[in-house]
Design a protein around this ligand. Structure first.
Ligand code: AMP
Length: 125
């Protein structure tokens, strides 16, 4: 069920629990600003979620409230994860779902990184 991304941050969301180590994940990468792990229901041979460590509901929330260093660190981490996973060698796709119309289900900002195969059209028609 897509979420209302204008709601306040919910500390009980599943990605907050992963960040706190309360729920296991298949970790790919972590640094000061970002954390990345394999999606539990992969839609491509490479399907990794990259999330900021900070408590941001969505891309909208993040770009309004995060500091420049945090934003730069997160964006660099996405690029690092693409290189680490081998996705960057032949191309990949980034996707962030935001709010109801975007189909966002987990209310902690996450960028999906898809790769490892041709990914087809950008959106279904
Ligand atoms: P979105 O629709 O953009 O909010 O995507 C949420 C993504 O989180 C989906 O692709 C789910 O498969 C993934 N997901 C949900 N719970 C977990 C979990 N515990 N570990 C890894 N991925 C998860």
């Amino acid at each position: 069920m897509p979420i209302d991304a204008s709601l306040p941050y919910d500390e009980a969301n599943i990605f907050a629990k992963i960040l706190r180590g309360e729920v296991p994940c298949n970790k790919v990468y972590e640094d000061e600003h970002a954390f990345a792990f394999h999606d539990i229901n992969p839609l491509a041979p490479i399907h990794v979620l990259v999330i900021p460590r900070g408590a941001y509901v969505s891309w909208d929330d993040f770009t309004l409230k995060a500091g420049d260093e945090e934003i730069a660190g997160f964006v660099r981490a996405v690029g690092e994860v693409a290189r680490m996973t081998g996705a960057s060698a032949q191309g990949y796709r980034l996707l962030a779902n935001i709010g109801k119309r975007g189909g966002q289900e987990v209310p902690h900002l996450h960028v999906h990184l898809f790769g490892g195969a041709p990914l087809g059209p950008m959106l279904s028609r």
